[in-house]
Structures are given as C-alpha cells and as structure tokens.
Design a protein around this ligand. Structure first.
Ligand code: FES
Length: 141
C-alpha cells in the first residue's frame, strides 16, 4: 500500500473534509493513518486546534486505539488474526514464526471475517487464508 508523505498542509486538507462530522477526533486520526500510514505526532496539535478541543483529548483517543500508530510503517505490514477461530488452527505458532523471520513488520491483528479459512493473515492489505510462513513470504514479494 502506498502512502502519501505526511505534511501539515495535506493534513489540514483532510481535516476540512470532516468539518461537519460529529465526534470527529477518531475519524480524523483514522483518516490520517489511512492517508499517511501513521498518525504523525504533529497531527495532535493540528487536530486539537482544528476541532477546538484539547491536545490531551486527541492524545487520549490516539493512545486508546491500538490500531492507530505514531510511527511510519515499515515496507511491509503483516497482521495476523489472533482471534479464537484462528488461534484454534495455529495462529499463535504462526505469529512466533513470522515475528522471528520478519520482526517489526508483524503485529497481532483482529478478526478479518475469514474465520473458516484460518489462520488468516493480512499482508500489505491482502487477505491470505490458511496462511503459512511460505504463503506470507510469497505475498511480501
Ligand atoms: S477468527 Fe481469524 S479471521 Fe476470524
């Protein structure tokens, strides 16, 4: 997945699209991450000012949601579902194998709605069912 480089001007353009939304802080943070791949910490003050709220509130929302990140993503992103159905078919073992091989690219994920074909993994936005280390290696290429 390709992300735009973060800039204050690009962030302000994104925020303008949320001007009339209710409860816009979470939506703003999600939009930043979708567009830039992460939420740059400079966004906290920009969002607070834009929506006339405190930096503490924005920071609180940012740190509450585990899917929001404050560092730029690595070249590849591997998210492994560790919900019950996938755990029952070896997701935890797969997590250990993938983390040992790819390290920081890997993080625990949530249910992708592909439970019947677990373990399920998302590699760079692509869902892989009945995932194995070999399938993940192929998807990274
Ligand atoms: S439990 Fe893993 S995709 Fe649903």
């Amino acid at each position: 997945m390709k992300y735009r480089p973060w800039s204050q001007d690009a962030a302000l353009v994104l925020l303008a699209s949320l001007r009339d939304e209710m409860g816009p802080v979470l939506m703003a943070l999600q939009l930043m991450q979708k567009e830039f791949g992460y939420v740059d910490k400079a966004s906290i003050e920009i969002i607070a000012n834009f929506f006339n709220t405190s930096r503490a509130e924005v920071h609180g929302v940012l740190t509450f949601y585990h899917d929001l990140r404050t560092t730029a993503p690595t070249t590849h992103e591997i998210s492994i579902c560790v919900a019950e159905a996938c755990q029952a078919v070896g997701a935890r073992v797969l997590v250990q194998e993938v983390k040992a091989k790819f390290g920081d690219e890997t993080h625990d994920g949530y249910c992708f709605g592909n439970c019947a074909l677990g373990p399920t993994v998302m590699v760079n936005g692509e869902i892989i069912g009945r995932a194995t280390l070999e399938k993940i290696e192929q998807a990274r290429r």
